[in-house]
Design a protein around this ligand. Sequence first.
Ligand code: AMP
Ligand code: GLY
Length: 422
Amino acid sequence: MKLLVVGGGGREHAIIKKLKENPTVETIYALPGNGGMVDDCTPVPITATDIDAIVTFALDAKVDYAVVAPDDPLVLGCVDALEAKGIPCFGPRANAAIIEGSKVFSKNLMKKYGIPTAKYEVFSDLDAALGYLETAPLPTVIKADGLALGKGVIIAQTLSEAKEAVHAMMEDKRFGKSGERIVIEEYLEGPEISVLSFTDGKTVVPMVSSMDHKRGGDGDTGLNTGGMGTIAPNPFYTPEVAERCMREIFLPTIRAMAAEGRPFKGCLYFGLMLTADGPKVIEYNCRFGDPETQVVLPLLKTDLLTVMQAVTEERLADCPVEFSDGAAACVILASEGYPGSYQKGYPVRIPDDLNAEVFAAGVKVQDGQLVTSGGRVLGVTATAPTLPEALQKAYAAAEQIRFENAFYRRDIGKRALAAKEE
Ligand code: AMP
Ligand code: GLY
């Protein structure tokens, strides 16, 4: 089979490595992929949002199956466009990807179907939003409606910070059209849990749970990033919590989307917070999370392509999906300065005999050499029977990889380990 994967980061590399394990796979094209993936796939310089070029390429290359991984092409209807030309896909159509593409949509969906989430109000008028803030409890959470590269959420500790965020989104249009409507919501507290799931619109199969580390600095300090590391499974996701999430969140969400005439097929990501009142939805993503995928897929025992095709063909109920009992840890090696500005173009040296998997994110080949080209450069993942062993292996491997200006968090998994001891 010839496969096409839309996207070009560490998440896509993790998906590609797993797809490659299927013996029927001859070729995997990555659009655009990156220079660190060439041993596993063929990168093609087409950007992930150029839907017309993706469809033309898929037809010319006679692709049998496509996986659309990032949010933007999904929200733009990449799956709809490929399917219209007869190419089966993994990923939701645009009418279901809206669950991530519009926070107003997802909040209204949760309210209508009684799915637990933070209380909220929606505003499209600046003065109304500012007026509401005067009496809103602090801290308060302000979210741009549309996609904003993960930066459209502001947690304001004071009234002036809150007002500043509202001005930035609605007046200065910091996130463009994404901030024309905003959600102001209740601040929730508790450990966060990421649960990625496979769903064909009828059945939902949660994958192993994970924990992201969003802040740039040790001890959860510094700016929010795309994610500096992950561990799986998440110790806060006990069997009782899992059962409650299935009953109160996962199944109701799948049924709600179907009832709305927007059946969700693909990977639905539940960003959860375990509050004193039980698990609540912080956000939905219409795709695999990054870097969560870099710990979740290495633990998947079932063939990934088989599961994806069962999703596409709506027969997930008959497809067993198994994860290993062990643990996985991923440490992201980033460019110093990220998520702010940083230098790039530094040579990257990865030893051949690493006792870990390396997923390429922000690298490219320049004059025959691998060099840094992004903020998050590599993801280093190790699996082991226990979390302490997985962390030890991932950090030992991370230390052996060299590039100038590299930095990584030293405390990935620390909170998870502390939770296990409680
Ligand atoms: P999001 O982009 O929606 O995942 O939000 C980014 C991060 O902001 C989340 O991972 C949470 O840590 C935090 N966050 C979002 N919404 C809330 C909320 N209602 N209460 C507390 N923290 C939140
Ligand atoms: N790691 C969070 C996300 O993929 O949005």
